[in-house]
Design a protein around this ligand. Structure first.
Ligand SMILES: [Mn+2]
Length: 330
């Protein structure tokens, strides 16, 4: 048995015994992106004791949940009333406890994640499955194709596909295994892939958000950070989308910062060429957290940090860390 199959077996055993003990909430990461929401909803379809829930549902995920009438419960940050008889809790696509945004009840945990860095502490009865894949929905789909094929209805397949499509940036950052799982999800279904992609992309930008994106673009600046070319700007909203747009200028790395109510947030993106040449944004954000406090981490090509220092200091810390990343000749 290879390592992944061992993980799937361990996951099956954890799930079976947790379900036997009682209700099992499936918690999403607090960013509420399509990958975390899609993962939770798809996994919850396996058994009635599982319930997808979380603090926040992002824009794309919100529309998908509405369109597909998917069961998902929004919970509050404080005073969540969990079921009395709980068999355990599952956390999907969150790199650390604080990325869930609520105080976790003291029950066994199953942590499913694909982030390169993570801040989870594994206690007795907990298991963590962390794969180097492009989306958490890829992990859930792999599990379901093996152990819960009957639950792979068309809406569930769409939830899984949507997570894959968004986390791979419409397959621009895909790899062989994400293509393979995508193919398996499309097979034996009547999903029209192109139409489904359009449905996801019909993400509307309000006039005020468009204004914010345009101002962010107008404020952007180029820096040389050691061997890397960097474009930075600041914006009040849609930082991830702005950071991706900035990569279109041909730089290696983009950084969007935002300051609100005493808190600074950094959002960075790197090209595939840059990550293959040695840039790891998740590690950069982690070092910023070590030096300046706050929380940081993520993937090699997409990562974030949140903390209390002002925007300019946070930006300088990022530039300093990026400058230290050595270029690997390929
Ligand atoms: Mn993800």
């Amino acid at each position: 048995m290879n390592e992944r199959q061992q993980d799937l077996t361990a996951m099956k055993q954890w799930l079976d015994s947790a379900i036997e003990r009682g209700a099992v909430p499936v918690l999403t990461g607090s960013n509420g992106d399509m990958d975390t929401i899609g993962s939770a909803i798809a996994l919850s379809s396996i058994h009635p004791s599982l319930l997808a829930c979380g603090l926040h549902v992002g824009r794309v995920a919100k529309r998908m949940v509405e369109d597909l009438q998917a069961p998902y419960r929004k919970i509050a940050a404080k005073g969540t009333a969990f079921p009395e008889q709980m068999g355990g809790i599952i956390i999907v696509d969150a790199a650390a406890p604080d990325q869930v945004g609520i105080d976790l009840p003291d029950v066994p945990r199953l942590i499913l994640d694909h982030h390169a860095t993570n801040g989870w502490e594994i206690r007795d009865g907990d298991i963590m499955i962390q794969w180097d894949v492009r989306a958490t929905t890829e992990m859930i789909a792999t599990y379901m194709l093996e152990y819960a094929k009957e639950a792979l209805t068309e809406p569930v397949r769409k939830m899984l596909l949507a997570g894959m499509i968004t986390d791979t940036g419409r397959f621009r950052h895909a790899n062989a295994s994400s293509f393979s799982i995508t193919t398996k999800l499309l097979e034996d279904s009547s999903i029209d892939y192109a139409e489904f992609c359009e449905q996801i992309e019909r993400e509307e930008t309000s006039p005020s958000e468009r204004g914010s994106l345009l101002r962010g673009l107008a404020r952007s600046k180029h820096h040389d950070a050691g061997p890397w070319s960097l474009v930075t700007t600041y914006a009040g909203t849609l930082e991830g989308r702005l950071a991706s747009m900035l990569l279109g200028t041909g730089c290696d790395v983009s950084l969007v910062s935002r300051h609100r109510e005493g808190e600074t947030r950094l959002t960075a993106r790197a090209t595939r060429k840059a990550t293959l040449s040695g840039v790891h944004l998740g590690k950069i954000m982690q070092s910023i957290a070590e030096q300046h406090g706050g929380d940081g981490g993520g993937h090699d090509g997409a990562a974030g940090w949140t903390g209390k220092v002002d925007r300019i200091r946070a930006e300088s810390a990022f530039i300093a860390q990026l400058t230290l990343q050595k270029e690997v000749k390929r």
